[in-house]
Design a protein around this ligand. Structure first.
Ligand SMILES: O=C(O)CCC(=O)C(=O)O
Length: 340
């Protein structure tokens, strides 16, 4: 017999599938001082580690969130004016980039999705964005305080974009090292507008998919590496797992494990939906997508706040600078106009 009479059960008891809290609230003191309380920081890191993503509410001041939105809109309009060719979806398409006329943003456009790499100046180079006082302590904790930023980009989704296949943004080869989970990187998503259920939200498969490595998945016939195309085995399996369409408001920040299964969904509105997508990695993890070149040159790098510069220092070592100088000289001598 059931111990609790059914009449005594609340609606919540009858609906165990009601979503748990999505965002972690920062207290007024934390926001005013720009400092995480140790307990909240630990909790945020644990949510990210176990669930695969964490959302920080009010991590950006409204004025700054609005400045970011204006800046991104200007960059997007510049890319639209410049746009010439749509790249395909082949693996090497990620390297076919264009440069916007006025803002020098590197970008590509395919399948109604723009990927834009803004130059890190103005609001885009502001420490409140890239060295956010609530994001950095979590990354320090999980990736080590030598973590690196490998790209700053936008995910801009337009009407016409397809429902993607669930995918991981990283291979499943070294999820564990000597039997211990070792996160390789996280994406920091910063919405520059409301990214809600109405305009193509990011859909995520939380609570485990970021821990499924290739040794586990491959024998099951699962390779979650298709984005803008079909991947029947992965799509079929994902239907049997709860997913969440993430709602993000300006001022909030989402941090997600690169390995967590996720996908872009269609945007039925006539307005582009943009969130910034920033790749932060453990120092010893190479990643072949995006490049600090798209965001920075020597001058911009020198102008960065030291809290941000440390995330890009690996790209501006004397050796790397000397190699690039040599490359430039070679190209000049050979008369090539090709850039780095
Ligand atoms: O824009 C989004 O919502 C995410 C898109 C995505 O995951 C991708 O293009 O790989």
């Amino acid at each position: 017999m059931n111990a609790v009479p059914s009449t005594a059960r609340s609606t919540a008891d009858l609906r165990p599938d009601v979503l748990p809290p999505q965002a972690l609230n920062l207290s007024a003191t934390e926001r005013a001082t720009g400092q995480f309380s140790p307990g909240n920081c630990e909790l945020a890191a644990a949510i990210l580690a176990c669930r695969g993503y964490v959302i920080l509410r009010d991590a950006l001041e409204p004025d700054f969130a609005a400045a970011l939105a204006r800046e991104m809109d200007d960059i997007y309009q510049d890319c639209r004016t410049t746009h010439a060719v749509e790249t395909g979806t082949s693996p090497d398409a990620a390297f076919k980039t264009q440069l916007s006329n006025r803002r020098n943003a590197t970008f590509w456009y395919r399948k109604s999705r723009w990927r834009i790499f803004p130059r890190l100046e103005g609001a885009m180079g502001d420490p409140r964005l890239l060295a956010n006082p609530f994001v950095v302590p979590i990354l320090d904790r999980l990736l080590g305080d030598t973590f690196r930023c490998r790209y700053v980009s936008s995910d801009t989704c337009l009407a016409g974009a397809i429902l993607q296949s669930p995918h991981s943004d990283i291979d499943g080869d070294e999820v564990y090292v000597n039997g211990t989970w070792k996160p390789r990187g996280f994406v920091v998503n910063v919405p520059v507008m409301e990214c809600g259920l109405h305009n193509g939200p990011l859909e995520v498969w939380p609570g485990g998919s970021h821990l499924w490595d290739s040794n586990f998945l491959k024998p099951l016939g699962l390779v979650p590496n298709v984005q803008d195309g079909r991947n029947p085995p992965v799509e079929r399996l994902a239907e049997y797992f709860p997913s969440v369409k993430v709602v993000l408001k300006p001022g909030e920040i989402l941090i997600r494990d690169l390995a967590m299964w996720h996908r872009g969904t269609p945007n039925p509105t006539d307005q582009p939906r943009t969130m910034l997508t920033i790749g932060m990695f453990r120092a010893d993890h190479e990643y072949g997508y995006g490049s600090p070149f798209y965001n920075l040159d020597e001058t911009l790098y020198e102008r960065l706040d030291p809290r941000i510069r440390r995330m890009f220092a690996y790209h501006f070592t004397s050796l790397k600078r000397a190699r690039r100088g040599l490359g430039r000289l070679k190209r000049k001598l050979l008369g090539s106009s090709q850039t780095e």
